[in-house]
Design a protein around this ligand. Structure first.
Ligand SMILES: Cc1cc2nc3c(=O)[nH]c(=O)nc-3n(C[C@H](O)[C@H](O)[C@H](O)COP(=O)(O)O)c2cc1C
Length: 185
């Protein structure tokens, strides 16, 4: 039996009915049992301003501590104008500072993008990965996870209704779990 591992889940949408959040929950539901998912809210984080570091806002402190306590990070994001939503970039920036104390450093990660369209948030996925390279987060390469047609995959209760997608997500989650063990030992 694998050791319990906590995954901080960062959802790049604040919308109540967010497909990204439903997708993150669907991934959690098909993941190996040793993975525990901690959905970390990013909506209350003040815009990053280095001047605030003198007395960091409590939501910054709480956010940094939650991510720090996790063994790995799962990002699930929509695409906004072929990039990542500003709220997600803000969370990444908040977690990356003060300089030398980034909470992201060395943590295994996985990125899942999605869109109602066919491209599945490909632009957002790769823009996010650009930052994760700099932040030194070893990230799942394969399978690539651009989930298109997201608007057709859930029922009115937010349950995944597409069996093929469920199987795909299950394989992805296992790959992520295996990768975490390789990095954490
Ligand atoms: C500001 C904005 C920009 C968007 N840009 C894109 C885009 O570049 N590519 C895309 O596929 N969808 C785009 N969309 C549509 C989103 O994919 C769609 O609204 C999606 O449901 C948002 O994710 P969520 O359900 O997790 O909130 C955009 C939506 C908004 C609000």
């Amino acid at each position: 039996m694998s050791k319990p591992r906590t995954i901080a889940v960062i959802v790049g949408s604040l919308r109540k009915e967010s497909f990204s959040r439903k997708l993150a929950k669907a991934i959690a539901a098909v993941s190996p049992a040793n993975l525990k998912f901690d959905f970390v809210d990013i909506g209350e984080l003040a815009h990053f301003n280095q001047d605030l570091e003198a007395t960091p806002p409590q939501p910054w402190i709480d956010f940094r501590n939650r991510v720090k306590a996790a063994n790995a990070v799962l990002f699930v994001t929509p695409e906004y104008n072929r990039g990542i939503p500003g709220v997600l970039k803000n969370a990444i920036d908040v977690g990356s500072r003060p300089y030398g104390s980034s909470v992201w450093n060395g943590k295994p990660a996985a990125v899942v993008s999605n869109s109602p369209g066919t491209i599945g948030g490909f632009g957002a996925y790769h823009q996010l990965r650009q930052s994760l390279v700099f932040l030194n987060m070893p990230t799942v390469n394969q399978p690539e996870t651009y989930i298109g047609g997201i608007g057709t995959l859930f029922d009115a209760n937010g349950e995944l209704i597409n069996a093929a997608t469920g199987e795909f997500l299950k394989g992805f989650a296992q790959t992520f779990a295996d990768g975490i063990e390789r990095h954490l030992g």
